[in-house]
Design a protein around this ligand. Sequence first.
Ligand code: AMP
Ligand code: GLY
Length: 416
Amino acid sequence: MKVLVIGSGGREHAIVDALTRSQQVEQIYAAPGNAGMAAVAECVAIRETEIERLVAFAKEQAIGLTVVGPEVALAAGVADAFKAEGLRIFGPTKAAARIESSKEFAKCLMAKYNVPTAGFKAFTDYEAALAYVAGRSFPAVLKYDGLAAGKGVVIAQTLEEADEALKDMLLDTKFGAGKVVVEDFLTGPEFSFMCFVSGEKVWPMQLAQDHKRAYDGDKGPNTGGMGAYSPLPFITTEDEQYALEQVLKPVARAMVKEGCPFEGVLYGGLMKTPEGVKVIEFNARFGDPETEVVLPRLKSDIVDIFCAVADGTDAELEWHDFATLGIVLASKGYPGDYAKGVEIGGLEQVESTVFHMGTKAVDGKIYTNGGRVLFVVGKGATLAEARTNALADVARIACDNLFHRTDIGHYVLDDK
Ligand code: AMP
Ligand code: GLY
């Protein structure tokens, strides 16, 4: 089978990597792909949102399966377009992807089907939102209702901060016209629970935890994720069962009832609060960088599961026992301004798996080409061993313009 992967980051590199382990894959294409994927896939110069060109390519090349990485492609209707042409695609329709693209849709669905989450209220009017927030306790959680590349959530400590955020979102429409959802503030460790979903069928993946802040000790600005690891020993089997039975499965059933059955990866961004597991957000796709630590642990042939989801058939998932821990190497200055085009050396000495997030290859040399550049995934019998291995390999990578966190996994390995 020929398989096309849509996307250009570390997540898509991890999907391509899992596909290379399949017995059924004859050729992998990536659109647009990146320098890392180019080692095992043919990169095609089509962007994630050029839907007509993607459909035309899949037809021309007789692609048997297309896998979608990024939410922008889903929200633009890539799955709808492929299905309309009878092409097999792994990823939800535009209507189903609203579970991620619209906070209000997700919150209303959870309220209607009794899925545990923070209490909320949605606003379009700035004055009304401000008055509501002023009458509540702080911190206040304010979320822009739409895709804002991870920048649409503000945890305001004071009324002044909340006012500024509400002005940005509702008066100056910084992310576009839209609503703001005001939520109750929850506390507890966060974790990511990704499931393969096909209508009412739900296949859970292994759990992972992301690290969103730029610097050690969870300090500094929010980023797209600076590291991740799997499994999560602090989430008990009971917590996991509860999340599966009270969150992921009910949401899959609810989407069927609402007339927009979900097909693809349903990502539950969950929090283990003192009152039990609650939903922070849903994503309609593989998490990044969680995918890069979860898929290396998948023992089953990933093509079987992608096809089972797309075709509504059955599959079983088996997992390796080893732990994985991944560290992002990011350009100095990220998530703010940063330089590009700095040469990266030492990659040939690395033993761990390295996923490319933002690189460029020129004349056989690799250069930085993004905010998050590389993701080094260590393996080990324990998380501690996986971290030691990842850090040892990070030290082998020579580049003047990269930084990384040294405390990935601290909640399990260092705290208390
Ligand atoms: P989101 O984009 O919805 O995942 O929110 C980004 C981050 O903001 C989350 O990973 C949490 O750390 C934090 N956050 C979001 N909602 C809440 C909430 N209701 N209570 C506490 N923290 C939250
Ligand atoms: N790691 C968070 C996300 O994929 O949205």
